[in-house]
Design a protein around this ligand. Sequence first.
Ligand SMILES: O=C(O)CCC(=O)C(=O)O
Ligand SMILES: [Fe+2]
Length: 334
Amino acid sequence: MSPPPQIIPPFPYADLLSKGPYGDWRDDLAQDGYVVVKAAIPRNRALQLRDAAFSWLESFGRGFQRDDPSTYGQEFLPMHNGRGMYSSYGFQQEQWVWDVRLEPGVKAAFAKLWGTDKLVSSMDGGAIMLPGQTPPAELDANWAHIDCSPSRVGFFAAQGIINLQDNGPDDGGLVVMKGSSRLMKEFFDEHGRPPVPPVGEKIDWHMFTEEDKQWFFARGCEWLKVEAEAGDLILWSSGTIHQNTPPKGSRDRTVTYVCMGPAHIVTPADQEVRTAAFKSRVWGTSHAPYHGSFAVIRHPIRPETGKADEETAKCKSPVVVTDEVLRLAGQLAY
Ligand SMILES: O=C(O)CCC(=O)C(=O)O
Ligand SMILES: [Fe+2]
């Protein structure tokens, strides 16, 4: 007999977004499933961090040079996933990536949402999408998804993107299905919920088919490409259907993914995964820092050699540890 399906315990903050109206951006997050928090990081600081991202790419010595678009192809870069998304080479533990997490305005936005500033941060990746790199057709095909289990009902996490460049309609960016988070319970009540994967596997993930999407369109949802300037923080509920799109214009899209939540709700299992990732100074973790964490350890294969770069096993400039880094990593109590 197969084991009974694993039950996900109710999330203590599942009603967080239903307590409004707040009279501020939290109402937009509740209503639309996403919001742009303007200037969470000062613009100049964001542009400096974008420079740091390009210096990181150049530091691999594969030929990438920020001022020379003829070096924007994958052969000149550390391996990304085809759309410029990075979750290997110790990206998640790089100083400049931590510097984004350490910006006071980022924590302040999450503190406002959760009602506490005793927060831990995800140790997630990011994207450096360079212009003129038409992605292969299969990558451009849709991957409409949510990053929370269909078995979680209500609010689970606010995922964050910090823009380090200005991104308008022609640029790369997050694409959300506006309003879909409010319909998620109804969708899965009607369509059924798939079994929850075993403990330690990727629980918080679900992909939507073309037919599924039509169900949402019929109820008034629409795709929306989120526009944001350097320094803005895009927040979206992990129950909002989303994907991303690469640049069509001449600008890069340079972002990191940051999600923070209350330190006191981190489960012992999550704590263990996060401690191991932080101590390794090379792996990252999944989006939500408190429940359902798994380690992200990737060694993508280079097509030229059939092997992973040696650099995938180390971090170029690992974060210098401070008390605030330790607090956000969940290694020092508040
Ligand atoms: O690159 C993006 O805008 C979205 C990436 C994504 O799906 C995520 O961080 O959950
Ligand atoms: Fe996602």
